[in-house]
Design a protein around this ligand. Sequence first.
Ligand SMILES: *Cc1c(COP(=O)(O)O)cnc(C)c1O
Length: 383
Amino acid sequence: MSSSKNNITIPFNQPLFTDDVFEILAEVKAQKKLSGVGPFTKKCETFLTETLGVAASLLTTSCTHALEMAAMLLDIQPNDEVIVPAFTFVSSANAFAVRGAKPVFADIRPDTLNIDETKIEALITEKTKAIVLVHYAGVACEMDEICAIAEKHNIPIIEDNAHGLFAKYKGRYLGTFGVFATLSFHETKNFSCGEGGALLINDPAYIERAEIIREKGTNRTLFFRGQVDKYTWVDYGSSFVLSELLAGFLWGQLRMWQDIQQKRADVWNFYNATLTDWANANEVQLPSIPVTVDQPSHLFYLLLPTFEKRESLRKYLNANGILAVFHYLPLNASPMGESFGAAKGDCPVTESLSDRLLRLPLFYDITQDQLHYIAATIQSFDF
Ligand SMILES: *Cc1c(COP(=O)(O)O)cnc(C)c1O
């Protein structure tokens, strides 16, 4: 990053270390269990299951791995098709592609940047085995319409809810609509343990097999619960268990979740209030939040009128010590997307918005001084 003339360097994100992090470390030491599926894992999973109202929550090593588990649980096979938005992180597609499935890319809505529900039905074929949704910035997709389409064609929904833990659609938590939902606890997300994730299960019929897949294809979890008298290889699986150390770190954040969400909401609201007039005067679009949703203040972004303006504002902020960053490149135009027959031009809304989007710093420990400096620097940009 360029050094700033004011020597202010504001990162895009800064990991949160809770005040009790060393106490938790001491507790992990005292419990004499460092591998996974121990007391801290149980605390996190029980909390997620009860708060969200899902059938089960399994902590995993990442959101990517939780998506891979969902693909295994649905027995995704070569030549199956999976509908996925073009504007998302690669894992939303890759978790299915590694099993031989073909990702079929849907374009997004220009307002919420979520999958365009009116484009889904035309992409469904007899090979379609899942619809993957991403609630971009934790702002819910149009769930009434999408659930109706999925039900009509009997296709399971998987919510990649990496952004939207504790967000809601019409009063109902995201992650409770799909047969599965996945969470990310990567450093850049609202709640984090560096690298981590969770699989949320809404159909209890999948719980036992999910535990087996997470434990390398063994029935170890059943064994520890005393439900079988020895554990052995019973199914496909891999190593998706999160260490107790990371589960403890995560618990330190989950138990103060309302404080974390409030702090992020304050930052988001500051940006929104401070930049509205500036945005209107300069043809900049701020995030649009439908009245039906509660959003989790995961991202605050600007949509500039052109790619060139986005790039000059981004460089201007970086030169002034503020790390503002763009986001996903359209998956349809990526080398892997092209290998599945997609091409640049397939998803024009995704391609345009990807070029024009700029995310502002947003993290728990950001200070008032930093926020005022960021807003003033943006307002001083010469269009
Ligand atoms: C961050 C992210 C992921 C990947 O999460 P990991 O925990 O790093 O695997 C997947 N999907 C979306 C939408 C994300 O933002």
